[in-house]
Design a protein around this ligand. Structure first.
Ligand SMILES: C[S@@+](CC[C@H](N)C(=O)[O-])C[C@H]1O[C@@H](n2cnc3c(N)ncnc32)[C@H](O)[C@@H]1O
Ligand code: SF4
Length: 390
């Protein structure tokens, strides 16, 4: 006889759900960053935003109905600047509104300053079990160049505090900085691994339009590495992480074993549903069989006004056509080393000859029933997705 599931147990067939919370405030705006951020000014607004996020989650839960909650991700901006009591309230709301999975993952993005590290224990007590620490570099000159408000020693202290406070640690690093050599990067990355993360996200420095770095490059203040140096630095990244036992399960994400993968990012890359709450957050919800995209207003004041008027935080909700939804699946699924089942791309009607041609070119793996990019293919994902979705 099989025991009936208890009241908190997810019911069979209840779809999985991730929750993304956007906390836009930062102590300082970094010159390379084009995320939806605003300089923290204090006052009553952050408390009002925390309350609005709870109200938004309640309103969106009325739309989604019962779901199995697999991940909550506090991203930003700098959510480690948030009062841990608010994180606790937002998390309690998410747990009450949906059914937490037995392995629910709760991630907080943090900047590695001493003030934030001093609050890690409070965030852990609030229910955060995974810290994504924006270490970025372990070289003081590089951190100065990146406009960060911490030096390398502070970053190391914060990583050690994180290992003590949370069961899971991920490190963000930015490489392909001007003048960086593969040998120096190899040494820096190895020192970052010595800090004991189970997950590493090394990002190549991207010059985003409209940022201070974009203006600096235009006026000739610095030149980013040329493509050959960028490729050499990428190869170094892969080699160092592979040798240390990290699996490159996604273009820029490496985990020490399957359990260390980011369940939250897998929600995106596997095309599962997620609620977005907070200024500028977007979501993807399958409602009555149709894939819907939600977008919240980027400005804090507009988001607060929207929640005040309607309860819901998003200001637009559009239904994706079957083709648009499949294009999104393709873009996200090919980022994963394991790729995605062809069956999920039926709406694209990809001609078999097109797939064969890309296999011939060594960009797709010969894997019947699945679409999977090779290592070479993952370097030209834009080209691959454009050719498959043409
Ligand atoms: C939304 S940011 C938030 C993290 C946190 N506020 C911090 O700065 O440590 C997430 C990550 O994106 C990466 N990132 C942001 N802008 C980037 C850029 N232009 N090029 C490369 N990586 C970037 C950084 O590694 C950063 O840690
Ligand atoms: S990189 Fe992080 S701290 Fe810097 S502006 Fe972007 S979100 Fe804020």
């Amino acid at each position: 006889m099989t025991a009936a599931p208890g009241p908190g147990a997810p019911k069979l067939g209840v779809p999985k759900l991730g929750v993304y919370i956007h906390w836009p405030y930062c102590a300082r705006i970094c010159p390379y960053c084009d995320f939806n951020v605003v300089k923290a000014r204090g006052g009553d607004e952050p408390a009002a935003l925390a309350r609005a996020i709870v109200a938004d989650l309640e309103a969106q839960a009325a739309l989604t109905g019962p779901r199995e909650l697999v991940s909550v991700f506090f991203g930003g901006g700098t959510p480690s600047l948030m009062d841990p009591a608010w994180a606790s309230e937002i998390l309690a709301a998410a747990r009450r509104l949906w059914t937490p999975a037995s392995d629910l993952e709760v991630t907080l993005e943090a900047n590695p300053t001493d003030a934030e590290a001093a609050r890690f224990a409070d965030f852990a007590a609030a229910g955060v079990d995974r810290l994504s620490l924006g270490l970025q570099a372990l070289d003081d000159a590089a951190l100065g160049f990146l406009g960060r408000n911490h030096d390398a020693a502070t970053g190391v202290r914060a990583a050690r505090a994180a290992v003590a406070a949370f069961p899971r640690l991920s490190l963000d690093l930015i490489y392909a900085r001007p003048g960086q050599t593969p040998a120096a990067w190899r040494d820096e990355l190895s020192r970052a691994l010595d800090l004991g993360p189970e997950h590493v996200s090394p990002y190549q420095l991207t010059i985003e339009p409209g940022t201070a770095f974009d203006r600096a490059v235009r006026r000739g203040a610095f030149t980013p590495p040329d493509p050959d140096t960028g490729a050499a630095l990428f190869e170094t990244t892969q080699a160092v992480l592979e040798a240390a036992g990290f699996d490159a399960y996604e273009v820029s994400n490496h985990a020490r074993g399957a359990a260390a993968r980011s369940r939250h990012n897998l929600v995106y890359w596997q095309g599962l549903d997620y609620v977005g709450a907070g200024p500028g957050a977007h979501g993807r919800l399958t409602l009555a069989g149709a894939r819907q995209a939600t977008y919240a207003a980027p400005k804090v004041a507009d988001y607060l006004a929207r929640v005040g008027e309607t309860g819901l935080g998003f200001e637009t909700r559009e239904t994706l056509s079957a083709r648009e939804a499949a294009e999104e699946r393709l873009l996200a699924g090919l980022r994963l080393t394991e790729g995605l089942p062809m069956a999920e791309l039926a709406a694209l009607e990809v001609a078999p000859e097109r797939v064969s041609a890309l296999v011939e070119l060594g960009l797709l793996a010969d894997d019947p029933g699945r679409l999977r990019a090779t290592a070479a293919g993952r370097l030209v994902l834009d080209r691959l997705t454009a050719e498959l979705a043409a």
